[in-house]
Structures are given as structure tokens and as C-alpha cells.
Design a protein around this ligand. Structure first.
Ligand code: NAP
Ligand code: 8YV
Length: 319
């Protein structure tokens, strides 16, 4: 008997790909590589698999009359047109919680990296510069003021870690969270003006596009550092490059970029910037847990069972 067919809309992590292949025939991006042939294939597709950065537009969903679920390998799903999916009766799932600790770990890693110039120190030793004299001094992290833009699952996990470093914590979000005990600022600009490290960890998409703009960076000031582990779209990348080049801010730690996997050359040459290639959830343990959860959602969706982790907008469809 032939296997049910699913569509991968991006190159999937091997853990997820392998799990899907054990049950389904997986069509790898054929909607992009063979759009004409896809017209015949579309009605056979029962599920869509993607990553947190994948694009699932209305035009694709309308070609999938028998799809029962979009199972995203990632907590972010800003590339999925969720409203269109709901209108087509296709619930969307994601992988929250299982990656929270890893992303918070990397955010703190970037705080330490930029503050204490750890990658630069490594380069300094490897380049044989130590015998010529000491490195420039770093910026103390313990006891510094941390601002978190987005106090959700990951934002709270970052706060927990920062507490162990004796940092004071303030945040902004769509709504105040009095139970957190942290100081709330209504805008990112006000928050930036009152912290040493500003960590961005909101969802991407239209609601947060360029939330961190030239004004916010100016408010962060010449001794402030920006960390972005959210989405490239949340920060105005041109404004950030300008702020770094003009020493409007002290430095930046960036895991995400506007046009991944392409990183502007202007960032490569700036010594006060630490760059990582979207690796915040990239440990074997977490990628396995994400694959397990995404696969479980695919199985549940295709077989009409209750979904394990639907996105909030699709909770009502998930029962
Ligand atoms: P979450 O629990 O939904 O938290 C999101 C937070 O962002 C909430 O506190 C929310 O505020 C806040 N927020 C949303 N829109 C905002 C706005 N316009 N202004 C200010 N704050 C806003 O999500 P999570 O699990 O922590 O994940 C957050 C994001 O991290 C994901 O969506 C993804 O884009 C990114 N991420 C990146 C990586 C990576 O590899 N770099 C890995 C995982 C996740 P309210 O609480 O008031 O609603
Ligand atoms: C992943 C992410 O790198 O969960 C997210 O939103 O951005 C990351 O965990 C990504 O989804 C896998 O490509």
C-alpha cells in the first residue's frame, strides 16, 4: 500500500525528515521546484512540514484541499499565513517549551560574549597578540542591568539565568506581567534607555517588524549592547549597522538576520559584534525533542487525533 503524502516546504532537519519518511512519502519543496506538476500533487498532500522560518502562504494553502495540519519544527511560525490556514480548515502546530532552555542559554552566552569579548579574546591569543600587551578591558556582566524585549517562555528563562548573575531585570511586552516582579516599560525605547544589555526575544512578523529601530538604539546608548535571538525582522538591520559604525551603541550579539543565511558584509568587519548562524536551539538533544514533537503533531493532525501543541490562534480548531 502506498504511503500518505506530505509536503516539506523547507529543507528539514534530518531527525524530523527521517521520522516523517518512516510513515509518509515526503515531497521536498516540489511546490517550488516543479510548480506545474504540483497542481496534480497538491490534492494528495495530507500534511505540511516546515521550520520556524518557513513560508506557508495563502497561495500554497489554497492548493492543498486535503491537508489536515501544518506541523512546524520551531516555536516561531511567522512565515505561516495562519489566518489563511484557519480559513482553509488546516490547523497549525509548533514546538514550544522543548527549546526554551537552549535559546535562553545562547542568549546569555551572547551577553557574556559581547560584554567580556570572549570570541575577540580567542582571536587575540590565536593571532599571537598577547606578547605585545593586554587586550582592552571588557564590560562587567554580573550586576549589570538587563532589558528583555518579550517576556514570554524564553524571555522568562533568560531572566532566571540573569538572576544568577545578580543582574537587575526589566522588560517590555504587549502586556505587563506584575507577577514577574520585574520592572515593566511600555515601550522598547524606554526600556533601552534604562539598561546595559537589551535582549530581543519576541516573535517575528508584522506585529514586531523593526520594533528595534534607530530611536531605540540611540536610547540604548554608547555603552549599551544589543542581543537579538528573536527574528531578523524585529531589528532594523540598516539602522543597527549604522549605530554600530557610529558607536551609537557599544556592540551587538546576533543569532538572527534579515535575509538568512546571508549576513551583511558590513557586520563581518565590525570587531564589537558577535555573530552566530541561527543556532539558539541547535543542540542534538533539543533538535531531537523538536523533531519528536513536530512529528507527533503531524501524526495527530493527519489521523484526526487531538493536536499536541497547536499555535494559540488554532487552539479552538485543535479539539
Ligand atoms: P512566547 O512565549 O509567545 O513569548 C513572546 C513574547 O513576546 C511575549 O511576552 C509577548 O508579549 C512578546 N511580544 C509579542 N509581540 C510583541 C510586541 N509587539 N512588542 C513587545 N513584545 C511583544 O514565545 P517564546 O516561546 O518565548 O518564543 C519567542 C520567539 O523567539 C519565537 O517566536 C521565535 O521567533 C524566537 N526564537 C528564536 C530562536 C532562534 O533559534 N534564534 C529559537 C526559538 C525561538 P505578551 O506576553 O504580552 O503577549
Ligand atoms: C529553529 C527557531 O532554528 O524555534 C524557532 O522559532 O527559530 C529555531 O528553533 C528553526 O525553527 C529550525 O529551523
Amino acid at each position: 500500500m502506498s504511503k500518505p503524502e506530505v509536503l516539506a516546504v523547507a529543507k528539514l532537519h534530518p531527525f524530523y525528515q527521517k521520522a516523517l519518511e518512516s510513515v509518509y512519502t515526503v515531497h521536498d519543496r516540489t511546490h517550488l521546484t516543479e510548480p506545474a506538476a504540483f497542481a496534480a500533487l497538491g490534492p494528495r498532500i495530507v500534511g505540511v512540514a516546515g521550520t520556524g522560518e518557513s513560508s506557508v502562504p495563502r497561495s500554497l494553502l489554497s492548493q492543498l484541499p486535503n491537508a489536515k495540519v501544518v506541523a512546524v519544527f520551531g516555536v516561531g511560525y511567522d512565515g505561516v499565513d495562519v489566518q489563511a490556514a484557519i480559513e482553509h480548515g488546516i490547523p497549525v502546530t509548533h514546538t514550544p517549551d522543548v527549546l526554551t532552555d537552549d535559546v535562553a542559554d545562547l542568549a546569555m552566552g551572547l551577553v557574556l560574549s559581547v560584554g567580556r569579548a570572549i570570541p575577540q579574546a580567542d582571536q587575540f591569543v590565536r593571532a599571537g597578540q598577547w606578547p605585545n600587551g593586554p587586550m582592552a578591558l571588557g564590560r562587567r556582566v554580573s550586576g549589570a542591568r538587563l532589558g528583555i524585549v518579550g517576556l514570554g517562555r524564553i524571555g522568562k528563562a533568560i531572566a532566571l539565568r540573569a538572576r544568577a548573575f545578580g543582574m537587575s531585570i526589566a522588560y517590555t511586552a504587549r502586556s505587563e506581567k506584575p507577577e514577574s516582579g520585574f520592572k515593566f516599560f511600555v515601550t522598547a525605547k524606554e526600556l533601552a534607555a534604562n539598561v546595559d544589555f537589551l535582549v530581543v526575544i519576541t516573535p517575528g512578523g508584522a506585529g514586531t517588524k523593526h520594533l528595534i529601530n534607530a530611536d531605540v538604539l540611540k536610547a540604548l546608548g554608547p555603552s549599551g549592547f544589543l542581543i537579538n535571538v528573536a527574528r531578523g525582522s524585529v531589528v532594523d538591520e540598516e539602522a543597527l549597522i549604522e549605530a554600530l559604525q557610529n558607536a551609537t551603541i557599544a556592540g551587538a550579539g546576533l543569532d538572527v538576520f534579515a535575509s538568512e543565511p546571508h549576513v551583511p558584509q558590513a557586520l563581518w568587519s565590525l570587531p564589537q559584534v558577535v555573530l552566530t548562524p541561527h543556532i539558539a536551539s541547535a543542540t542534538s538533544q533539543t533538535r531531537q525533542a523538536m523533531a519528536d514533537l513536530a512529528f507527533a503533531n503531524m501524526l495527530a493532525g493527519v489521523s484526526g487525533q487531538p493536536l499536541i501543541s497547536p499555535v494559540p490562534e488554532c487552539m479552538a480548531m485543535a479539539k
